[in-house]
Ligand binder design. Structure first.
Ligand SMILES: CC(C)(COP(=O)(O)OP(=O)(O)OC[C@H]1O[C@@H](n2cnc3c(N)ncnc32)[C@H](O)[C@@H]1OP(=O)(O)O)[C@@H](O)C(=O)NCCC(=O)NCCS
Length: 178
Protein backbone atom coordinates (compact mmCIF):
# COMPACT_ATOMS: atom_id res chain seq x y z
CA UNK A 1 0.00 0.00 0.00
CA UNK A 2 1.30 3.45 -0.80
CA UNK A 3 -0.26 6.86 -0.14
CA UNK A 4 -2.26 8.06 -3.10
CA UNK A 5 -2.83 11.62 -4.16
CA UNK A 6 -6.36 12.85 -4.67
CA UNK A 7 -7.40 16.22 -6.02
CA UNK A 8 -10.63 17.99 -6.94
CA UNK A 9 -10.22 20.49 -9.73
CA UNK A 10 -11.86 21.68 -12.96
CA UNK A 11 -11.82 19.23 -15.86
CA UNK A 12 -8.98 20.28 -18.17
CA UNK A 13 -8.75 17.94 -21.12
CA UNK A 14 -11.19 16.34 -23.56
CA UNK A 15 -10.42 13.01 -21.88
CA UNK A 16 -11.32 14.36 -18.43
CA UNK A 17 -14.55 15.92 -19.75
CA UNK A 18 -15.44 12.58 -21.38
CA UNK A 19 -14.95 10.77 -18.06
CA UNK A 20 -16.98 13.43 -16.23
CA UNK A 21 -19.87 12.97 -18.68
CA UNK A 22 -19.64 9.17 -18.57
CA UNK A 23 -19.78 9.07 -14.75
CA UNK A 24 -22.66 11.55 -14.60
CA UNK A 25 -24.55 9.70 -17.31
CA UNK A 26 -24.29 6.22 -15.80
CA UNK A 27 -24.32 7.05 -12.08
CA UNK A 28 -26.87 9.87 -11.99
CA UNK A 29 -28.99 10.12 -15.13
CA UNK A 30 -29.35 6.39 -15.95
CA UNK A 31 -29.89 5.65 -12.27
CA UNK A 32 -32.25 8.41 -11.16
CA UNK A 33 -33.69 9.77 -14.43
CA UNK A 34 -34.11 6.75 -16.74
CA UNK A 35 -36.13 6.85 -19.97
CA UNK A 36 -39.75 5.67 -19.95
CA UNK A 37 -40.31 6.87 -16.38
CA UNK A 38 -41.81 10.03 -14.96
CA UNK A 39 -38.32 10.98 -13.76
CA UNK A 40 -36.76 10.93 -17.22
CA UNK A 41 -34.26 13.70 -17.94
CA UNK A 42 -32.14 13.53 -21.10
CA UNK A 43 -28.45 14.09 -20.32
CA UNK A 44 -26.98 16.97 -22.32
CA UNK A 45 -23.15 16.98 -22.44
CA UNK A 46 -23.26 20.46 -24.00
CA UNK A 47 -25.46 21.99 -21.33
CA UNK A 48 -24.73 25.73 -20.96
CA UNK A 49 -24.67 25.38 -17.14
CA UNK A 50 -21.30 23.62 -17.48
CA UNK A 51 -19.84 26.69 -19.22
CA UNK A 52 -21.33 29.31 -16.92
CA UNK A 53 -18.41 31.30 -15.45
CA UNK A 54 -20.06 31.17 -12.00
CA UNK A 55 -19.96 27.36 -12.09
CA UNK A 56 -17.12 24.86 -11.56
CA UNK A 57 -17.44 21.46 -13.25
CA UNK A 58 -14.95 19.40 -11.25
CA UNK A 59 -13.22 16.06 -11.50
CA UNK A 60 -11.90 14.07 -8.56
CA UNK A 61 -8.55 12.52 -9.45
CA UNK A 62 -6.85 9.63 -7.75
CA UNK A 63 -3.24 9.29 -8.90
CA UNK A 64 -4.29 11.18 -12.03
CA UNK A 65 -7.29 8.97 -12.84
CA UNK A 66 -10.79 10.50 -12.79
CA UNK A 67 -12.77 8.59 -10.14
CA UNK A 68 -15.51 11.10 -9.28
CA UNK A 69 -17.17 14.31 -10.27
CA UNK A 70 -19.37 17.15 -9.07
CA UNK A 71 -20.22 20.74 -9.90
CA UNK A 72 -20.17 23.74 -7.58
CA UNK A 73 -22.33 26.67 -8.70
CA UNK A 74 -22.05 30.10 -7.08
CA UNK A 75 -25.56 31.32 -6.24
CA UNK A 76 -26.78 34.79 -5.28
CA UNK A 77 -26.67 35.69 -1.60
CA UNK A 78 -23.42 34.06 -0.38
CA UNK A 79 -24.62 30.59 -1.28
CA UNK A 80 -23.35 27.85 -3.56
CA UNK A 81 -25.03 24.70 -4.87
CA UNK A 82 -23.35 21.29 -4.96
CA UNK A 83 -24.66 19.34 -7.94
CA UNK A 84 -24.13 16.11 -9.88
CA UNK A 85 -22.06 14.36 -7.20
CA UNK A 86 -20.92 10.86 -8.19
CA UNK A 87 -18.05 8.45 -7.55
CA UNK A 88 -17.22 5.64 -9.98
CA UNK A 89 -18.77 2.46 -8.47
CA UNK A 90 -15.38 0.70 -8.56
CA UNK A 91 -14.08 3.25 -6.07
CA UNK A 92 -16.99 3.60 -3.64
CA UNK A 93 -17.04 2.77 0.05
CA UNK A 94 -13.50 3.99 0.67
CA UNK A 95 -14.13 7.56 1.77
CA UNK A 96 -13.74 9.16 -1.64
CA UNK A 97 -17.34 10.44 -1.73
CA UNK A 98 -16.93 12.15 1.64
CA UNK A 99 -13.57 13.53 0.54
CA UNK A 100 -15.12 14.86 -2.67
CA UNK A 101 -17.87 16.69 -0.76
CA UNK A 102 -15.39 18.14 1.74
CA UNK A 103 -13.17 19.36 -1.12
CA UNK A 104 -16.24 20.84 -2.84
CA UNK A 105 -16.93 22.80 0.36
CA UNK A 106 -13.48 24.37 0.03
CA UNK A 107 -14.25 25.26 -3.58
CA UNK A 108 -17.54 26.86 -2.46
CA UNK A 109 -15.70 28.84 0.19
CA UNK A 110 -13.27 29.97 -2.49
CA UNK A 111 -16.24 31.25 -4.48
CA UNK A 112 -17.31 33.33 -1.48
CA UNK A 113 -20.15 31.08 -0.31
CA UNK A 114 -21.15 30.82 3.34
CA UNK A 115 -23.75 28.12 2.78
CA UNK A 116 -23.65 25.04 0.54
CA UNK A 117 -26.99 23.78 -0.77
CA UNK A 118 -27.89 20.59 -2.63
CA UNK A 119 -30.79 18.45 -3.80
CA UNK A 120 -30.34 14.92 -2.46
CA UNK A 121 -31.86 11.80 -3.88
CA UNK A 122 -33.71 10.01 -1.03
CA UNK A 123 -31.17 7.13 -1.02
CA UNK A 124 -28.26 9.48 -0.23
CA UNK A 125 -29.74 11.87 2.36
CA UNK A 126 -27.99 9.88 5.09
CA UNK A 127 -24.65 10.19 3.25
CA UNK A 128 -25.04 13.98 3.25
CA UNK A 129 -26.39 14.09 6.82
CA UNK A 130 -23.19 12.41 8.03
CA UNK A 131 -21.29 15.25 6.37
CA UNK A 132 -23.26 17.94 8.21
CA UNK A 133 -26.05 18.72 5.75
CA UNK A 134 -29.60 19.08 7.08
CA UNK A 135 -32.91 19.07 5.20
CA UNK A 136 -33.70 22.69 4.47
CA UNK A 137 -35.59 24.44 1.67
CA UNK A 138 -33.43 26.92 -0.23
CA UNK A 139 -34.24 29.44 -2.94
CA UNK A 140 -33.75 27.74 -6.29
CA UNK A 141 -33.85 24.16 -4.96
CA UNK A 142 -35.05 21.47 -7.36
CA UNK A 143 -38.72 21.34 -8.28
CA UNK A 144 -38.40 17.55 -8.47
CA UNK A 145 -40.75 16.29 -5.75
CA UNK A 146 -38.58 13.26 -5.06
CA UNK A 147 -35.40 15.13 -4.16
CA UNK A 148 -34.69 16.44 -0.67
CA UNK A 149 -33.30 19.98 -0.43
CA UNK A 150 -30.44 20.14 2.09
CA UNK A 151 -27.95 22.78 3.20
CA UNK A 152 -24.88 23.20 5.35
CA UNK A 153 -23.32 26.37 6.77
CA UNK A 154 -19.65 26.61 5.78
CA UNK A 155 -17.05 27.80 8.19
CA UNK A 156 -16.51 31.51 7.91
CA UNK A 157 -13.38 33.52 7.36
CA UNK A 158 -11.85 31.81 4.32
CA UNK A 159 -13.94 33.32 1.54
CA UNK A 160 -11.75 34.33 -1.39
CA UNK A 161 -8.63 32.72 0.01
CA UNK A 162 -9.05 29.08 -0.96
CA UNK A 163 -7.72 27.80 -4.28
CA UNK A 164 -10.03 25.84 -6.57
CA UNK A 165 -7.70 22.84 -6.68
CA UNK A 166 -7.65 20.87 -3.44
CA UNK A 167 -5.16 18.15 -2.78
CA UNK A 168 -4.78 15.54 -0.07
CA UNK A 169 -3.08 12.22 0.48
CA UNK A 170 -5.27 9.13 0.89
CA UNK A 171 -3.69 5.88 1.97
CA UNK A 172 -4.47 2.39 0.81
CA UNK A 173 -7.25 2.90 -1.75
CA UNK A 174 -7.91 0.24 -4.32
CA UNK A 175 -10.58 -0.31 -7.00
CA UNK A 176 -13.31 -2.89 -6.49
CA UNK A 177 -13.12 -5.90 -8.72
CA UNK A 178 -16.26 -6.01 -10.89
C1 LIG B 1 -23.16 8.85 -2.81
C2 LIG B 1 -21.75 8.48 -3.24
C3 LIG B 1 -21.07 9.70 -3.88
C4 LIG B 1 -20.95 8.05 -1.99
O1 LIG B 1 -19.61 7.75 -2.41
P1 LIG B 1 -18.65 6.79 -1.57
O2 LIG B 1 -17.26 6.98 -2.06
O3 LIG B 1 -19.19 5.41 -1.54
O4 LIG B 1 -18.83 7.43 -0.11
P2 LIG B 1 -17.84 7.25 1.15
O5 LIG B 1 -17.11 5.96 1.03
O6 LIG B 1 -17.03 8.48 1.27
O7 LIG B 1 -18.89 7.18 2.34
C5 LIG B 1 -18.84 8.12 3.41
C6 LIG B 1 -19.79 7.66 4.49
O8 LIG B 1 -21.13 7.72 3.99
C7 LIG B 1 -21.72 6.42 4.05
N1 LIG B 1 -22.52 6.28 2.87
C8 LIG B 1 -22.12 6.20 1.58
N2 LIG B 1 -23.18 6.11 0.75
C9 LIG B 1 -24.26 6.10 1.56
C10 LIG B 1 -25.66 6.01 1.34
N3 LIG B 1 -26.17 5.93 0.11
N4 LIG B 1 -26.49 6.05 2.42
C11 LIG B 1 -26.00 6.15 3.68
N5 LIG B 1 -24.69 6.25 3.94
C12 LIG B 1 -23.84 6.22 2.91
C13 LIG B 1 -20.56 5.44 4.09
O9 LIG B 1 -20.93 4.24 4.72
C14 LIG B 1 -19.56 6.20 4.90
O10 LIG B 1 -19.85 6.10 6.27
P3 LIG B 1 -18.67 5.99 7.37
O11 LIG B 1 -17.97 7.31 7.32
O12 LIG B 1 -19.38 5.72 8.62
O13 LIG B 1 -17.81 4.87 6.89
C15 LIG B 1 -21.74 7.28 -4.24
O14 LIG B 1 -22.46 6.22 -3.65
C16 LIG B 1 -22.36 7.59 -5.58
O15 LIG B 1 -21.70 8.09 -6.50
N6 LIG B 1 -23.67 7.24 -5.76
C17 LIG B 1 -24.36 7.39 -7.06
C18 LIG B 1 -24.61 8.83 -7.42
C19 LIG B 1 -25.42 9.54 -6.37
O16 LIG B 1 -26.33 9.00 -5.76
N7 LIG B 1 -25.09 10.83 -6.19
C20 LIG B 1 -25.79 11.70 -5.28
C21 LIG B 1 -26.95 12.28 -6.00
S1 LIG B 1 -27.82 13.45 -4.93
Amino acid sequence: MHPRLTALRPARSRKEWDRLHAIRRSEIFDRYHPPATEWWVRYDPDHPDDRDPRHRALVQLLDGEVVGTCRVDALPGDRAALRLVAVDPRWRGQGLGAELVEAAEEVALGLGAEQLCLNAQPSVTEFYARLGFAPRAWAGSSRCRRSVPMAKPLRLGLAGGVPVAWVSASAGLSPKVA
